[in-house]
Design a protein around this ligand. Structure first.
Ligand SMILES: [Mg+2]
Length: 432
């Protein structure tokens, strides 16, 4: 579907306010077509100039689209690779890791959950975050109204139902539709966070923040898709921060549990807009400081940047940042590893060889580096055995183009809607 949808002309009609935060903004950033109408030139020269201008413009647009898709796919695949590398050592101390894997620690996939390249709850929930964003858009285009918090909460209920637990108290027997839920390999328990399970189990009003005081990293670890979508759409850093924080707050009630997610969403969004990581951090930290209770996340990020600029050995620096079980530490470790790594794979290796939550810090480092450098930096040797590689690639590709799909409200858009595509999209990402 992604291939077809890329060929579909983007809609230009105004969007409904309920999902304004997802709507692309700042389209003016795209270079305008050359007019070629300078006076005093002979006619064929004008025509040639126009043709060249259009051709340059088209090539520029195509190159931008290729780079954008590479960032989306790189981000989600990179995160999954970091997650899978950290999975076997999530609950091991660094000394135990070195004892088992040698002086360099774990540098290649080892068996976890009965296979090589197994992803964990971090990647599972990231995929459901992406699905929630896409299904919000599908609902908006079809029904004219959608709440991104409510739709993402439903996506997390679907993830909950993949965990083989007792039925969800409110949605236990509901038949689940949609392509992502139908992926059998996703129906597996991979060390799910108790906070996420409990918060989702207790959801009554979909979209309301969790009533707990957790600042575990389960909110920030899954938030990268928000940064991708908001960055591509040209949303303001404050809107991006707010959405990242809100979606993390669906399960994590402590301010740091959601503020760290807001910060990571802005970091990813600014990277998508071609900023360097240090530039993205300046913007994310400025956004963060506008919120009450920002102090511990801000201090963690400041410490990560100080350590990254120091000659301290990476494993010593990471130990100073914490273990990553809580949101601000996980974010700080990921930022430190992304800032200091000479290559993508060095970054995720540093991010998993420590005492703490290796798969989450590996995943978040992979998200940042994959978005920063694109898909090509993720080695094929790590992609070939990666569980659900095709599914991750497909949803990342869909996430990159879903706002260009001509779906819903056929009559209102003067016949530009594509009924067949609308039906195909609805089957894959139903708007409920
Ligand atoms: Mg995990």
């Amino acid at each position: 579907m992604s291939e077809d949808s890329r060929a579909v002309r983007p809609k230009t009609k105004g969007r409904k306010p309920q999902a304004a935060s997802l709507a692309p903004q700042g389209r003016g950033a795209v270079p305008r077509e050359a007019t070629g109408k300078q006076k005093g030139r002979i006619v064929h020269s004008q025509a040639r100039s126009r043709q060249t201008g259009r051709s340059v413009h088209r090539e520029q647009k195509e190159a931008e689209a290729v780079l954008m898709r590479s960032r989306f796919v790189g981000c989600l695949l990179g995160g999954a690779v970091g997650d899978a590398l950290g999975a076997p050592v999530e609950f091991m101390k660094r000394t135990e890791i070195l004892e088992r894997f040698g002086a360099k620690g774990i540098t290649a996939y080892a068996p976890a959950y009965g296979r090589i390249g197994a992803i964990t709850d971090d990647t599972q929930m990231t995929l459901f975050t992406a699905e929630g964003l896409i299904r919000t858009w599908v609902r908006l285009c079809t029904k004219g109204i959608a709440s991104v918090e409510g739709m993402t909460a439903y996506a997390y209920v679907r993830w909950y139902k993949t965990q083989g637990l007792r039925p969800h108290p409110h949605y236990g027997d509901r038949e689940e539709a949609g392509w992502l839920f139908q992926q059998e390999a996703l129906h597996a328990r991979r060390g799910p966070g108790e906070t996420c399970l409990s918060a989702i189990r207790h959801m009554t009003v979909m979209g309301d923040p969790a009533q707990n005081d957790s600042k575990g990293c389960g909110g920030v670890m899954r938030i990268a898709p928000v940064g991708l979508v908001m960055g591509q759409g040209g949303s303001s850093p404050s809107d991006t921060f707010a959405l990242g924080a809100k979606l993390a707050a669906l399960t994590h009630g402590h301010p740091t549990g959601s503020l760290a997610a807001g910060a990571l969403a802005v970091i990813i969004a600014e990277i998508v807009r071609d900023k360097t990581l240090p530039e993205a951090l300046v913007i994310a930290r400025a956004c963060l400081r506008k919120h009450v209770h920002h102090e511990e996340t801000e201090q963690a990020l400041a410490q990560a940047q100080r350590l990254a600029a120091s000659p301290i050995e990476s494993h010593v620096a990471i130990a100073q940042l914490g273990q990553g079980w809580v949101a601000e530490e996980a974010l700080a470790i990921a930022v430190y590893c992304a800032l200091t790594a000479p290559t993508f794979i060095d970054g995720v290796i540093h991010a998993v060889n420590h005492d703490g939550d290796s798969d989450s810090t590996g995943a978040m480092t992979g998200h940042i580096l994959g978005a920063l450098h694109g898909q090509a930096v993720v080695p094929e040797s790590f992609l070939a055995p990666l569980e659900l590689r095709d599914v991750i690639t497909e949803i990342a590709s869909d996430l990159c183009v879903f706002r260009e799909w001509d779906i819903g409200e056929c009559e209102d858009v003067g016949g530009r809607s594509n009924r067949a595509l609308s039906e195909t999209v609805w089957q894959k990402y139903p708007g409920f």
